[in-house]
Design a protein around this ligand. Structure first.
Ligand code: G1P
Length: 271
């Protein structure tokens, strides 16, 4: 399936990153040498996406658009249009995706969670696009140990279609003990536009919020959702330790900094 638009929910207030996020949207915090959201937009561009819809809170839109307007400082991103859509109230991830409905229209689209970064050599979006049938949605799942299933959406596995693609029959947000499987949803999705109808029918769920996982559940129960299974780690920049780790992992992976940065880290570790 060809997918040329991505939706990036980035309206979170970044409470786990206070005070860094007192005045700055979390998505603009620097990871290595660019804002975290730029890593996400670059990943989208590598998969052939030409338009990125960023869902922001009422204060965040102008500054994020301004960053991407400065295209002379963004080599490789000149063919990608980034536009902001406002989510008026923070009512959950599903609600944020629904805020992008008009901007997405009737196109299939990726959802990319802004807190979750991939290493530049790793591709998930192209695999999601290959896993999709003409009109099915696909979620990226990775196996996690039992103790970590309380922090993720978890799918009910259905029949396998290949080594890495399976049908799913349902999904549960942050089930913890009693989870239906160890296949946890990680922050990359491919949706066909019917997901918006499913989201409209979703009642507040886990944490009193409109959960994207509940729309995945609704799609899956209708036989219209698959999972792409892989073991690609997403780097979580939404909390201070994950943020530090992501800076180190991506800094050590960047040819411009790798060698010098490695010797800095090595020196620090022997002290
Ligand atoms: C969100 C989703 C969850 C998903 C996770 C992926 O949770 O609600 O289903 O598994 O992202 O990282 P959050 O991490 O925002 O609490």
């Amino acid at each position: 399936m060809k997918v040329d638009v991505a939706l990036v929910p980035a309206a979170g207030r970044g409470t786990r990153m206070r005070p860094a996020t007192n005045a700055i949207p979390k998505a603009l915090l620097t990871v290595v040498d660019r804002p975290s959201i730029q890593w996400v937009v670059e990943e989208a561009a590598r998969a052939g996406v030409t338009e990125v819809v960023v869902v922001v809170d009422p204060d965040g839109g102008a500054i994020i658009e301004r960053h991407f307007d400065e295209s002379r400082f963004l080599p490789g991103l000149s063919g990608v249009k980034v536009r902001a859509v406002i989510q008026e109230e923070a009512k959950g991830l599903g609600h944020a995706v629904l805020a992008g409905r008009e901007a997405i229209g009737l196109r299939p689209f990726f959802v990319m969670l802004a807190d979750d970064l991939v290493r530049p050599g790793e591709e998930l979006l192209s695999h999601l696009a290959r896993a999709a049938d003409l009109d099915t949605s696909v979620v990226y799942v990775r196996r996690l140990p039992d103790g970590m299933l309380g922090a993720k959406g978890v799918v009910v596995p259905g029949s396998g279609l290949s080594d890495s693609v399976m049908e799913i029959e349902g999904a549960v947000e942050k089930p913890g003990a009693g989870a239906p499987s160890n296949y946890a949803i990680h922050g990359r999705y491919l949706f066909v536009p019917e997901v918006f109808d499913h989201l409209t029918g979703v009642a507040p769920g886990y944490g009193g919020e409109i959960q994207l996982t509940d729309a995945v559940d609704s799609l899956a129960r209708a036989g219209r959702c698959r999972a792409y299974v892989a073991d690609v780690e997403l780097l979580d920049v939404g909390n201070p330790l994950g943020y530090l780790r992501a800076n180190t992992v991506l800094g050590l992976a960047d040819p411009a900094y790798r060698d010098a940065y490695r010797s800095i880290v090595d020196d620090l570790l022997v002290e």
